[in-house]
Write a protein that binds this ligand. Structure first.
Ligand code: HEM
Ligand SMILES: [Cu+2]
Length: 542
């Protein structure tokens, strides 16, 4: 059958019902995209307020109590309503079936249920914010969250609890799909690296998220009843909370970064016009990260009163988790070596990712060093570290993915020069916002205060100025992507061109993705076939 004759997935019904009751993984991906974009804006607005507050040392814009609520809202929304779902729920949903040659995910109804759970949890979290929000920070540390906080802790943890089930179900769906629904010839060794990253992420989602759910349920129970799990007066242990929380939340940082790494592997090999270097190592390191990531949670508790011996062990184990990350960075760099590199918009985001993620990872080693962390714990140094990874890394890769697969999702290109401008603004704005925070932290400025000593002002003004550039950088894609949706030129099935099954079907794809069952004969990333180049290390660059 002629595939171009089939209506594409966007044309299969335009009514609201056809969207809200859809079981098509591609439409569910778009539902997630709208939702997380909305939440990204909410998180961004909260950040705008506290960056404005921090322009001057005095607390003149908002009161201390409001400030606490703003950064808590920012953290909760950005972590659970944007970063955790971002790449898996949008691009994982859209691409997993397309990349492995399947018609849909294994459980399409469950997939739709995941989205509804996500929306229900998100609504409760935003509802708790409207009622007055929480002031505990995104980490909900006890005993503050269970004994003293008079904010809406129960509502907020209930929201996060529900959102967690959406992650678990999506993870389960991906694992079964990747095991059971690969097209004939799609061996494990031919899976795109994006699929390997989704697979590793899903394992973490399924194993770690239930621990978070249980912990949050205990917080809610302790708030509502006389339970004494975390309450020291009743024989409970407040530190138990930190153990349980970080047992999920350290692996959770890999839920955010592994999918981003998958995007980087896809984009870099396409725009270097070369087969990715060290396929087995990149795939294996994703699994290694997922595994070792479960053994390092205690590095968040070096100064909590945990035994120094435990601290030593956690410090050592944390160094180990940096190894598979470094393996990836080396392999990506080697992929670039002697490639014919094209600096298109997706590639700019991805190169930005590599630089910023490396800074984030290296400073991770600083904070994982027990003796250093005693000094920089709870300072802006930590804030800078994790933003380099979560914003410089995960958000950068989300935008890279958006620009790379946009033509596939909507069948249209976007204005390339605007897209490059946005990428550069985001890179510059990001560094100006967060690099000063390394200096501030090193100088001893603590995190989570609405006022500070006057000598810290210069770096804070720089940071707020950078945040303004960053905000404009993020706004630009909203505008030109919205424009592109209706007015931009059509893109054709494979605009870059790239290898991979998703690029062999029309853009946008039809509802069932493929008109028959595809049979895979090519090895993965056969860019040397596509561009007629050899993979020899000393071949002349063309
Ligand atoms: C190279 C591997 C990494 C190492 C060795 C590392 C190490 C650490 C350590 C020791 C801390 C605690 C610092 C403190 O509280 O004093 C920390 C904080 C943090 N890291 Fe990393 N990290 C790494 C990668 C990542 C990644 C990939 C992410 C996210 C995608 C991430 C996100 C965070 C977050 C969110 C916090 C702060 C949590 C909070 O207190 O709010 N880190 N990191
Ligand atoms: Cu950690």
């Amino acid at each position: 059958m002629n595939e171009t004759a089939l209506p594409n997935y966007l044309q299969e019904g335009t009514s609201l019902g056809s969207w809200l009751l859809t079981r098509d993984h591609k439409r569910i991906a778009l539902l997630y995209m709208f939702a997380i974009t909305f939440f990204f804006v909410i998180g961004g607005i909260a950040a705008t307020f506290f960056r404005l507050e921090l322009v001057t040392p005095k607390g003149d814009l908002v009161e201390a109590a409001t400030y606490n609520r703003l950064f808590s809202l920012h953290g909760i929304v950005m972590v659970w309503l944007f970063l955790i779902p971002s790449i898996p729920a949008v691009f994982g949903n859209f691409l997993v079936p397309l990349m492995i040659g399947a018609k849909d995910l294994a459980f399409p109804r469950l997939n739709l249920l995941s989205w509804y759970l996500f929306m229900a949890g998100g609504t409760i979290i935003i509802g708790s914010a409207v009622l007055g929000s929480v002031d505990t920070g995104w980490t909900f540390y006890t005993p503050y969250s269970s004994l003293y906080s008079n904010s809406h802790v129960v509502a907020a943890v209930t929201g996060v609890f529900i959102v967690g089930f959406s992650s678990i179900l999506t993870g389960l769906n991906f694992i079964v799909t990747i095991h059971k629904m690969r097209a004939p010839g799609m061996r494990w060794g031919r899976l795109p690296l994006f699929i390997w990253s989704q697979y590793a992420t899903s394992i973490i989602n399924v194993l770690a998220t239930p621990v978070l759910a249980m912990t949050l349920a205990l917080i809610a129970l302790e708030n509502l009843t006389d339970l004494g799990i975390f309450n020291p007066w009743k024989g409970g242990d407040p530190l138990l909370f930190q153990h349980l929380f970080w047992f999920y939340s350290h692996p959770a940082v890999y839920i955010m970064i592994l999918p981003a790494m998958g995007v980087v592997s896809e984009v870099i090999t396409c725009f270097a016009r070369k087969r990715v270097f060290g396929y087995n190592f990149i795939a294996g390191s994703s699994l290694a990260i997922a595994f070792i990531g479960f053994m390092v949670w205690g590095h968040h508790m070096f100064v909590s009163g945990q035994s120094p011996y435990a601290g030593l062990v956690f410090s050592f184990l944390s160094m180990l988790v940096a190894v598979p990350s470094a393996i990836k960075v080396f392999n990506w760099t080697t992929t670039l070596y002697q490639g014919s590199i094209l600096l298109s918009a997706p590639m700019l985001y991805v190169i930005g990712f590599i630089g910023l993620f490396t800074i984030g990872g290296l400073t991770g080693i600083f904070v994982a060093t027990l003796a250093i962390d005693v000094h920089v714990h709870d300072t802006y140094f930590v804030v800078a570290h994790f933003h380099y990874i979560m914003v410089g890394g995960a958000v950068m890769a989300y935008f890279g993915a958006l620009h790379f697969w946009w033509p596939k999702m909507f069948g249209r290109m976007y204005p390339e020069s605007w897209a490059r401008l946005a990428a550069i603004m985001i890179f510059v704005g990001f560094n100006l916002t967060f690099f000063p925070q390394f200096v501030l932290g090193y100088q001893g400025m603590p995190r989570r205060y609405h006022s500070y000593a006057p000598e810290f002002q210069v770096w804070n003004v720089l940071s707020s100025a950078g945040a303004s550039i960053l905000a404009v950088g993020y706004l630009l894609p909203f505008i030109y992507m919205a424009w592109s949706w209706k007015y931009a030129p059509r893109s054709g099935p494979n605009p870059w061109p790239a290898t991979g099954l998703e690029w062999q079907v029309p853009s946008p794809p039809s509802k069932d993705n493929f008109s028959g069952i595809p049979h895979i004969e090519d090895e993965v990333y056969a860019y040397d076939q596509l561009f007629g180049k050899s993979d020899e290390p000393h071949s002349a660059p063309s």
